[in-house]
Design a protein around this ligand. Structure first.
Ligand code: DON
Length: 337
């Protein structure tokens, strides 16, 4: 195992990475999203177009943040990672697989398509699958299930303050017709049962929890560290299920851009419509990026660029050799860093 590089070098590389990605590629940004307002074009964006933060969490518990790394934003689809992990811990992989698959759908996150052969959603990262996994979380009521999901999020982030932002939730619930349609269709087909509004409310409350890049980096570093939070030292979930979560993130986390992502960036990752990206470098650490400008797939355009740079020029790709790691290892970067 290579000697851990000094924190100063990581800070220096992070500063260089930040400045390489600071100027937003306007052509890459297709829209912005805000709960209650929905999607809106770049020309209507205000100061949110300048928002940009990165944080990197190492397995030894060190966090390196830069820019808007302490600005809070809604988790949105990033929350799906943790409700899936909790459902796996509650029921085990075999039972969860009877309710939701692990196949990339090749479609967008809110597409109304199902794995007809198995009468289930394709995977837990698309909205249909996430509605099923939220419902799978053990609890005698949506309230009890929400408490368990919040506890799980707080343990992953090492932040007891994480909570549902009521304004975000109100707005998400008001504009939830498509999710509602998917949920009622799934109940019609027996993929979920019971109180559809309760299940929808549970899912949209987890989407409405506000986090920062620092929280995301800690959550990602916890996944990279076998589900032991490197900052708090607490075990969050049983070990065997971590590989299941990371495998699904790798193949499905970036929706209909997952193939290109696995090829170009090559680390398990998840995006959210508020502009957050969480990326996991197994055994090494985690990355949290926040930049609200979205590309045509609904993923943060600057976030994608940061992760591309980390993979291409700093060797953070799961199939890269140790000798290529110039971010957490002592390799020389491929570009001027
Ligand atoms: O359920 C929804 O559609 C939103 N609350 C979350 C969607 C989202 O984050 C998609 N990710 N890129």
């Amino acid at each position: 195992m290579a000697t851990p590089v000094p924190g100063e070098q990581i800070k220096e590389r992070l500063r260089a990475l930040y400045s390489r990605c600071e100027v937003e590629d306007r052509d890459a940004v297709a829209s912005y999203y805000r709960s209650g307002r929905g999607y809106y074009p770049p020309q209507e964006a205000g100061e949110e177009s300048e928002r940009f933060g990165i944080c990197l969490g190492r397995r030894n518990g060190e966090l390196f943040g830069i820019g808007d790394d302490e600005v809070a934003f809604p988790l949105q689809s990033l929350s799906k990672v943790f409700s899936y992990a909790l459902a796996l811990a509650d029921w085990g992989r075999d039972h969860v697989l009877t309710r939701v698959g692990v196949e990339p759908s090749g479609d967008s996150f809110h597409s109304i398509v199902f794995d007809e052969a198995n009468n289930r959603p394709f995977n837990p990262m698309v909205n249909a699958g996430a509605l099923v996994t939220s419902d799978l979380v053990r609890g005698s009521s949506p309230e009890e299930k929400l408490e368990r999901i919040l506890t799980c999020l707080r343990l992953f982030a090492g932040n007891d303050e994480l909570a549902v932002d009521r304004d975000t939730f109100r707005d998400e619930m008001r504009d939830a017709d498509r999710n509602r349609a998917v949920a009622y269709l799934m109940r019609d087909r027996g993929m979920i049962e019971g109180d559809v509004e309760g299940i929808l409310g549970l899912y949209l409350q987890q989407c409405s929890v506000h986090v920062t890049c620092r929280d995301l980096a800690t959550m990602a570093a916890t996944l990279a560290n076998g589900c032991v939070n490197p900052v708090t030292g607490e075990r969050v979930l049983p070990l065997p299920r971590v590989r299941d979560v990371l495998s699904v993130l790798h193949t499905c986390g970036m929706y209909d851009a997952a193939g290109q992502w696995a090829y170009d960036v090559g680390v398990p990752a998840k995006s959210g419509v508020s502009g957050g990206i969480l990326a996991v470098v197994p055994g090494k650490g985690g990355i949290g990026v926040y930049s609200p400008g979205l590309d045509s797939h609904g993923n943060s355009a600057r976030g994608i660029k940061v992760c591309h740079e980390m993979s291409e020029n700093l060797g953070l790709h799961i199939f890269a050799a140790e000798a290529e790691d110039a971010m957490l290892g002592d390799a020389t970067p491929n570009a001027a860093f």
